[in-house]
Design a protein around this ligand. Structure first.
Ligand code: HXC
Length: 258
């Protein structure tokens, strides 16, 4: 499938989606987010794909929503378009694991997009921020909600109210990213992580995603019950049998996603 604002590359079981608007530091416009949502939907349905990496360029994962595209819009335009609401929902509906590999700027919508992924691997050059306040707007793709859940109220308020950027080290300390790696090694590390995920049972990986994501939607007791029932349900799968037999036989499991 040919896209104009993203590049999709498939190697073995891993798809890499590269945001590709270099002249605008990968600013997110309607076309890019539409293409991204479409590509993720297709990769999610493609049985050969077992993990997806979302990345940008060395200088920018994405420097936010496209300010030039937004600047002339009115409230009515934004409301009628439900600006990025549909695209954001489509992106977060991806059931296969999605890893964000972030180098350079991940600002505003770029930071929000990275947070929509399952986990973030950051280059030591990464800079995260929610600088929307400098434009006289608030975040609109999850920043006030996801960043607050990830790093807590105080740091989230700091980021949103001052508009300052957080470097990779601070982002790791705060729990926004899962690991920081030298910039040169970013894609290699992301790929190694994706390969690790890809060798698991896809059935189990999807169950893991559902259970972890539940923790953002429900109370602790409901979340614990959901997890326990999911855990019980795994005992109806062939992959549970294979995983435990392989352990007993001291061999690698051969999962069949069944
Ligand atoms: C449109 C952008 C852009 C953006 C950069 N560019 N960010 N275009 N939208 N968000 C363009 C610049 O206009 C410039 O184009 C080119 O990319 C290179 O950027 P420079 O500013 O020249 O680079 P540099 O000096 O290195 O500064 C990098 C930067 C700065 C610090 C990242 O570009 C910046 O502050 N960008 C805006 C960041 C931001 O405010 N993001 C939040 C957006 S609001 P030309 O044509 O001049 O060469 C948002 C809301 C989300 O994200 C909610 C959605 C529902």
């Amino acid at each position: 499938m040919a896209y104009e604002t993203i590049v999709v590359d498939v190697e073995n079981h891993i798809a890499t989606i590269k945001l590709n608007r270099p002249d605008a530091l990968n600013a997110l416009n309607v076309q890019l987010l539409g293409e991204l949502a479409k590509a993720l939907g297709e990769l999610d349905r493609n049985e050969k794909i077992r993990c997806i990496i979302l990345t940008g360029s060395a200088k920018a994962f994405a420097a936010g929503a496209d300010i030039k595209e937004m600047s002339e819009k009115s409230f009515v335009d934004m409301f009628l378009l439900d600006f990025f609401g549909g695209e954001a929902e489509a992106i977060t509906r991806t059931r296969k694991p999605v890893i964000a590999a972030v180098s350079g700027y991940a600002l505003g919508g770029g930071c929000e997009l990275a947070m929509m992924c399952d986990f973030i691997i950051a280059a030591d050059t990464a800079k995260f921020g929610q600088p929307e306040i400098n434009l006289g707007i608030v975040a609109g793709m999850g920043g006030t909600q996801r960043l607050t859940r990830l790093v807590g109220k105080s740091k989230s308020m700091d980021m949103h109210l001052t508009g300052r950027f957080m470097d990779a080290e601070e982002a790791e300390r705060a729990g926004l990213v899962s690991r920081v790696v030298p910039a040169k090694k970013l894609m290699e590390e992301a790929r190694t992580a994706a390969e690790k995920v890809a060798e698991k049972s896809m059935l189990t990986a999807k169950a893991v995603k559902e259970a972890v994501n539940r923790s953002y939607e429900t109370t602790l007791s409901e979340g614990l019950l959901y997890e326990r029932r999911m855990f019980h349900a795994m005992f109806a799968t062939e992959d549970q049998n294979e995983g435990m037999s392989a352990f007993a036989d001291k061999r690698s499991p051969q999962f069949r996603d069944r």
